[in-house]
Design a protein around this ligand. Structure first.
Ligand SMILES: Nc1ncnc2c1ncn2[C@@H]1O[C@H](COP(=O)(O)OP(=O)(O)OP(=O)(O)O)[C@@H](O)[C@H]1O
Ligand SMILES: [Mg+2]
Length: 481
C-alpha cells in the first residue's frame, strides 16, 4: 500500500481549511487543520507532518513568525505559503527564510497538486540527508570519510550543509588530509550525484595544455588539434568539476575561469561559440591561501568566487583520537593482502601510531598500515611492523655518531638508500665529495639524490624526520645549502 503523507493546513478561514482538506484527501493524503500560528506550532511538533500549507495572513502571530518558530523547533516539514495578491513581497520574504513555494489565492487545484508533490519529494530528500547526518554523528563516518573527532564531525556537518546547493567550495588542507575524498563525498551527497564528477589536477598537466583541457578546443585551434574536443567544463555538465591544486593554474587562465564561473558559459580555445554549462565547481589546494594571494599565485577575484563556502580539512596531528579508527579502517581495507589472520593492533602499536607527527597525514597512515599488514605474521600488529623505527632512529642519531645506520625490515629500498646516504653525509660532517667516495657514488648522483630529498621534504610527499625535529636532512641543508 502506498504511504499516506500527512499535511497540515493552517488558515483562519474555516471553510477554506475544509476545502483544502477535501481536495488533499482526494489526492490521497492525511490532512489536519489549524486556525492560528499557536495551535499550528503545537500540532506540528506533536504530529510531525510531511508538509505544511499556511496562510501568511494569520490572526495573532503572523505566518512569517510561524515559519521561524517551526524551524527553530526542529520541524522538518516542507512549507508552502498561501498569499493574497497584495502580499507577494512578504511571500518572497518567506521564501528567503526557507519556505519552499508560495501559492497565490485563489489556488488552482492542478497547481496545488504539483506543488504538494514536489514539496513532499523535498521533505523525503531532506529527511534522508538529515538521517545521514545523524548517522554520521553516531557512527563517526560520512560515506567513505572516517573519524569522529570533533573537528571531523564539524566537517561532516558543513559538508551536509553545502552538498545540496550548487555553491562553489574551496577545500584547504595539508597534503594527504583527505581533500580529494571530501570533494567526492560532496558530489555524492549532492543532487548531482548521478551526473559526472570530473577531476583535474592543475599541477599534473603542463600549463600549455591546461587551458584546452579545461575549456576544450575547436579543431585547428593549435598545432596538433586535429579534432575538436570538449573540455572538463562540458564533460562535467550537470555534475561537479574538481579543480585540484588550483594555485598551480596560470594567472590568465584563472581570469578565464573566473569569467566562466560568473557567466556559466564556456568558449573553447580557438572557438567563438559559447556553450552554457551547469557545473558545480569544487577547488582544492594544500598551499597557504594567504601566501598564494600575497605572491599573486591566486587571483583575488577568483578566490572570492571560489571561496563561497570554505572547507578546511584538519591535519591528522590535530585529530589524534581518529588514528585508531582510521588504522582499523585501513586494516579492513588491506586485510586481504596479509599472510595470516590479523586480529588488530597491539596497544603498543597504537601508542606508536598516536605518537607520530604524520607530516604525510592520512595518506602516510594508510601506507604505514598497508605495509604493516604485509609484514605482520599474524595475531596483532606490533610496533616493529610499523615503519617508524627508521624515521625515529635516523632522526635521533646524534651527528658524529653516524658510524652505523639501522634500517629495519619494512623500509623500502629507496628509504634504505636515503637513510644510508644521509647518515654517511652526517658522519662526514657534510663533506659531500668525501661522502660520495665512501658511498661509491658519483658526486653528481649524490647531488641529484639530495635535491630529490629536499624537494620531497619541502614538497608534498616526503618524510625524513618529524616536522620540527632536527632531522638529518635539516642539518644537511643548513650545511650545504
Ligand atoms: N577521513 C578519511 N577517512 C578514510 N580515508 C581517508 C580519510 N582521509 C583521507 N583518506 C585516505 O587517505 C588518502 C589520501 O587522501 P586524499 O587523496 O583525499 O588527500 P589529499 O588531501 O587530496 O592529498 P593531496 O594534497 O596530496 O592531493 C586516500 O587514500 C584517502 O582515501
Ligand atoms: Mg588530492
Amino acid at each position: 500500500m502506498e504511504h499516506r503523507h500527512s499535511i497540515l493546513v493552517v488558515d483562519d478561514d474555516e471553510s477554506l481549511c475544509r476545502k483544502y482538506q477535501m481536495i488533499l484527501t482526494e489526492f490521497g493524503h492525511a490532512v489536519d487543520t489549524a486556525p492560528d500560528a499557536e495551535r499550528a506550532l503545537q500540532q506540528a511538533i506533536a504530529s510531525l507532518p510531511d508538509l505544511i500549507i499556511m496562510d501568511l495572513d494569520l490572526p495573532g502571530r503572523s505566518g512569517l513568525e510561524l515559519v521561524g518558530d517551526l524551524q527553530e523547533s526542529g520541524v522538518e516539514a516542507t512549507m508552502v505559503v498561501l498569499t493574497g495578491t497584495g502580499s507577494i513581497p512578504s511571500a518572497v520574504e518567506a521564501m528567503r527564510h526557507g519556505v519552499f513555494h508560495y501559492l497565490e489565492k485563489p489556488v488552482e487545484t492542478s497547481l496545488l497538486r504539483v506543488v504538494v508533490e514536489k514539496g513532499l519529494e523535498r521533505t523525503a530528500l531532506r529527511r534522508e540527508v538529515l538521517e545521514l547526518r545523524r548517522e554520521a554523528m553516531k557512527t563517526g563516518r560520512l560515506q567513505e570519510l572516517v573519524g569522529r573527532s570533533p573537528c571531523m564531525l564539524e566537517l561532516y556537518r558543513l559538508i551536509d550543509q553545502v552538498a545540496p546547493s550548487s555553491a562553489a567550495v574551496l577545500i584547504t588542507g595539508e597534503s594527504g588530509t583527505g581533500k580529494d575524498l571530501v570533494a567526492r563525498t560532496l558530489h555524492r551527497l549532492s543532487p548531482r550525484t548521478a551526473r559526472p564528477f570530473v577531476a583535474i589536477n592543475c599541477a599534473a598537466i603542463p600549463t600549455t595544455l591546461l587551458e584546452s583541457e579545461i575549456l576544450g578546443h575547436e579543431r585547428g585551434a593549435f598545432t596538433g588539434a586535429t579534432l575538436a574536443r570538449a573540455g572538463c567544463f562540458e564533460q562535467a555538465n550537470g555534475g561537479t568539476l574538481f579543480l585540484d591544486e588550483i594555485g598551480e593554474m596560470p594567472a590568465d587562465l584563472q581570469s578565464k575561469l573566473h569569467r566562466v564561473l560568473e557567466d556559466g558559459k564556456v568558449r573553447r580555445v580557438g572557438g567563438n561559440r559559447e556553450v552554457t554549462v551547469d557545473v558545480r565547481v569544487v577547488a582544492a589546494t594544500n598551499a597557504d591561501i594567504g601566501q598564494m594571494l600575497e605572491q599573486g599565485k591566486l587571483r583575488p577575484d577568483l578566490y572570492y568566487r571560489l571561496n563561497v563556502f570554505p572547507l578546511h580539512v584538519p591535519p591528522l596531528r590535530e585529530r589524534v583520537e581518529d588514528i585508531p579508527t582510521l588504522a582499523e579502517h585501513f586494516l579492513e581495507r588491506f586485510r586481504g593482502e596479509s599472510r595470516a589472520p590479523i586480529a588488530g593492533f597491539s596497544e603498543a602499536a597504537l601508542d606508536v601510531l598516536r605518537g607520530q607527527t604524520w607530516p604525510g597525514n592520512v595518506r602516510e597512515l594508510r601506507n604505514a598500515i598497508h605495509r604493516a599488514v604485509i609484514l605482520c605474521s599474524g595475531g596483532e600488529i606490533q610496533p616493529e611492523n610499523l615503519p617508524f623505527g627508521l624515521r625515529q632512529r635516523i632522526a635521533v642519531a646524534p651527528a658524529g655518531d653516524g658510524q652505523m645506520v639501522i634500517i629495519p625490515v619494512g623500509a623500502s629500498a629507496e628509504e634504505g638508500e636515503r637513510a644510508l646516504i644521509l647518515a654517511t653525509l652526517r658522519a662526514c660532517d657534510g663533506d659531500k665529495p668525501a661522502a660520495a667516495r665512501i658511498l661509491d657514488l658519483s658526486l653528481s648522483t649524490l647531488y641529484a639524490r639530495l635535491r630529490g630529498y629536499e624537494q620531497e621534504e619541502t614538497g608534498r610527499l616526503g618524510y625524513v624526520g618529524p616536522v620540527g625535529s632536527s632531522g638529518v636532512l635539516g642539518s644537511a641543508q643548513e650545511r650545504f645549502g
